[in-house]
Design a protein around this ligand. Sequence first.
Ligand SMILES: CC(C)(COP(=O)(O)OP(=O)(O)OC[C@H]1O[C@@H](n2cnc3c(N)ncnc32)[C@H](O)[C@@H]1OP(=O)(O)O)[C@@H](O)C(=O)NCCC(=O)NCCS
Length: 380
Amino acid sequence: MATTTYSPGLEGVVAGISKISDIDIEKSRLIYRGYDVHELAEKGCFEETAYLLLFEKLPTRPELDAFNKTLSAARAVPGFVYEAMSKVPSNAHPMDLLKVGLAVLAPSDPEYSASPTDTEANRRKAVRMTSKIGAIVANGWRISHGEKVVEPDPSLSTAANFLYMLNGKKPEEFAEKAIDTSLVLYAEHGFNCSTFTARCTVSSLSDIYSGVVSAIGALKGNLHGGANEKAMEMLMEIGTPENAEPYIRDALAGKKKIMGFGHREYRLSDSRAGIMGKIGKEAARRSGNEKWAEIADIVEKLMMDEKKLFPNVDFPAAYAYYSLGIPIPLYTPIFAVSRVTGWCANIIEQLQNNRIMRPKSIYEGDPLKPYVPIDQRPID
Ligand SMILES: CC(C)(COP(=O)(O)OP(=O)(O)OC[C@H]1O[C@@H](n2cnc3c(N)ncnc32)[C@H](O)[C@@H]1OP(=O)(O)O)[C@@H](O)C(=O)NCCC(=O)NCCS
């Protein structure tokens, strides 16, 4: 039998081969299918990134136009999905509401019965999910707050349409660009917890929707996507720039994790945080309240000085979204609106060369012992 090594959290374990994204740890660089995420964020848009991840190349102008048309045409979500979501208790976190929405949507997909390994059908399903997920999040929020569903506007981009459905009015150019950039930055990131979950789920030959719903569950956790919401809650708890240093020192002394800092892969910095930070600062300036960005600066400096820890993308995303007026419980769902593209690209890749995921565990339970019939078991 081959020797097995145990690595908590699978740290350093290679669990697959992928052509989708890569992290250069030395250079703190992230590439999607060979392209630097900085360039994609600065010169491209989310739809172009989604196309790149799903179709394995950057689109030409006619290809992007056609892709945008397909996305726009598929954006509306069937009424029964919203009806099911309206039955969910109103205290549900929007990530749980999103799981419900996508799970209910799945059987209505025109290719629901296609083979789970049909790459082209999976691509079309991925495009439909990418198209509809923003409406499910935005209208899910409206439904849980007793407001009417807003139908998508086919003339708008993914980012603008999301803000339109959420707020009921078209966004300004800056807000659209800010959300669009965050969607580019959040789209893909190797074998992170939710992507690995998605790959694990479909490795049993389950379907792409099941893979995405599982991934949403994994993304929700505070150590992963949930960190952007927790980071904002922490900034609000800190409250003032003067309180930042004592708050963080106290938290570190109590061995608390500071949300939005650190990373399993990166050692020097998170390549995405710089871009998001610039957007966050500009969003704060435009909102007329720069306090959160000021507090964030103090926290960043202290975390570097004390722990040599840098902010990951979730930290600046938190105060960027806040400054744009987005409700905190929607920060992680926005992450999902973007990451659905990376999850689907990974699911498709997994199913093209699949082997069921089945690692081992080290048993530390009791050794074999005789079964005692229920009436003969001593009562303590
Ligand atoms: C991202 C993260 C889960 C990576 O975890 P990991 O690789 O398993 O690293 P560990 O949790 O084992 O941390 C290693 C050490 O750094 C410390 N550390 C890591 N992140 C920290 C943080 N955000 N705040 C304070 N200390 C942190 C740990 O306490 C630990 O210290 P120790 O060795 O003295 O016990 C972790 O950095 C974290 O929990 N960050 C906060 C949540 C977050 O922002 N998640 C989003 C990631 S994109």
